[in-house]
Design a protein around this ligand. Structure first.
Ligand code: MLT
Length: 268
């Protein structure tokens, strides 16, 4: 499905009925990151999976995609769908966006899931690395980034023993457009530190970490969960940065448990 949103065409899927839950993918992926969650969660809730600006089948203008812009896109999508409040699930870059929503639109949150993400801004070295990568995509496309990231986003065990998952992730990265990749890289480089938001979050929150996430170690997720008032931490064993694809059953179990807590509240 497509919607005209903030001067771009945003592509999304909207499946199932009931409590709305919106999934924000990481970088450089698209809505297909959530394939295993959609299959199960749509039997329990209304599941919305957008292709974020620059990715999948959404428009990819060659400009900087700020986290504010991304958050505004998601809120406009909820408006179009007449959804007042939703559970927002964000993985990695999707988590940076979820945190921006928590900062700017807290009244739209039923609940929050921060998956394989953190609240800090980039170090100077990381920021420079992102600009260098963005520049390189002007000449080399994104093949070099796919090779580099594949090793980092999956755990060693997944790389060795789950060739289907490896291929799925590789193909998902390969089909993204350089302009979209550049826009998100620059937007992430320019994002601010949002750690100060954590202690102000009022929505029930779950923080998910991958036991073997090389990009965002469990210790950072623990620190995040400690700061958020109504939160708990779930560590997905034998999973890397893409814990939802690497261990879909475990990931879905914790998600369903979280979703069920809202149903209990509703029926009280
Ligand atoms: C992601 O998975 O979204 C990226 O690793 C986030 C980042 O590069 O900071």
């Amino acid at each position: 499905m497509k919607a005209e949103i903030n001067k771009i065409e945003l592509n999304f899927e909207d499946e199932g009925t009931g409590m709305p839950i919106i999934f924000l993918h990481g970088f450089p992926f698209d809505r297909h990151l959530w394939v295993d969650q959609i299959a199960v969660l749509k039997e329990h809730c209304r599941v919305i999976t957008p292709d974020l600006r620059g990715f999948g089948d959404s428009s990819a203008p060659d400009e900087v995609y700020s986290m504010n812009q991304y958050a505004a896109d998601i809120i406009t999508l909820l408006d179009i769908l007449s959804i007042e409040q939703a559970v927002v699930v964000g993985l990695s870059m999707g988590g940076y966006i979820a945190l921006t929503i928590a900062e700017q639109y807290p009244e739209r949150l039923l609940g929050l899931v921060f998956s394989n993400t953190h609240s800090a801004k980039d170090t100077a070295a990381k920021r420079q690395g992102r600009y260098n990568t963005a520049e390189k995509t002007n000449y080399d496309g994104i093949g070099f980034l796919v090779d580099d990231m594949l090793e980092k986003v999956l755990s060693e065990n997944t790389l060795k023993t789950k060739p289907d998952v490896v291929e799925y992730v590789k193909q998902m990265m390969k089909r993204q457009r350089p302009s979209g990749v550049r826009g998100a890289l620059k937007g992430m480089a320019e994002r601010k530190d949002r750690t100060f938001i954590l202690s102000e979050i009022q929505a029930p929150t779950m923080v998910i970490a991958g036991e073997n996430d090389q990009l965002i170690p469990v210790i950072r997720a623990k620190a995040m969960a400690r700061e958020i008032p109504h939160s708990h931490l779930e560590v997905i064993s034998d999973a890397g940065h893409l814990s939802n694809l690497e261990q879909p059953e475990l990931y879905n179990q914790v998600l369903l448990r979280f979703v069920d807590t809202f149903k209990t509240v509703e029926s009280d």
